[in-house]
Design a protein around this ligand. Structure first.
Ligand SMILES: [Zn+2]
Length: 176
């Protein structure tokens, strides 16, 4: 292990990412950093990072545990008691969870997630677009209405696609 990586666990942001966002176990983090279990445990306390409950830890070890899936407002939610965005009952939106895992950090309070196919339960990463704020999110929804009309006028050789880099729907000419 390189020297620069050795002290990672002394960094709150890094440890948060490993334990909360990536959901690694304490022993995993300890092994990867060549330190004992109690070193990581003490850092979690020091940095005020919430520990997974005894119940959650038991569930994690059970291969049949499917993660407590539920639904709220048409969106899929997951039981993640220690997640900072969890509601009172301990549920967090799956699309938020998937995106945070993908980008390796927590979403800011401004950021929003758009479901590209407008299906609230399709939380595959390809169907999710991270909007920098509410404004960008609304702009995407408005552009979809306009572009649909443009395509209707153009006719059968055109279709619609989504550009993940620009965060925009666009008209695509179909190749035959
Ligand atoms: Zn949306």
């Amino acid at each position: 292990m390189a020297c620069t990586e050795k002290e990672n666990y002394n960094n709150k942001e890094w440890l948060y990412k490993e334990y909360i966002t990536k959901e690694k176990h304490i022993h995993e983090i300890a092994n990867e950093n060549n330190v004992s279990y109690s070193v990581i445990q003490r850092r979690l306390v020091k940095f005020d990072i919430p520990r997974r409950s005894q119940k959650d830890r038991k569930r994690e070890k059970n291969p049949n545990w499917k993660g407590g899936i539920s639904k709220r407002n048409g969106y899929i939610t997951l039981l993640k008691h220690n997640h900072p965005k969890a509601d009172r009952d301990g549920y967090v939106y799956e699309h938020i969870f998937v995106m945070e895992k993908h980008i390796g950090r927590a979403l800011t309070s401004e950021e929003e997630i758009h479901h590209i196919d407008e299906n609230k339960t399709n939380n595959r990463i390809n169907n999710l677009y991270l909007c920098k704020d509410y404004g960008e999110h609304m702009q995407i929804h408005q552009s979809l209405g306009k572009i649909a009309l443009d395509i209707y006028k153009l006719g059968e050789f055109y279709s619609i696609d989504f550009d993940h880099n620009k965060g925009q729907y666009y008209i695509k000419r179909l190749e035959y």
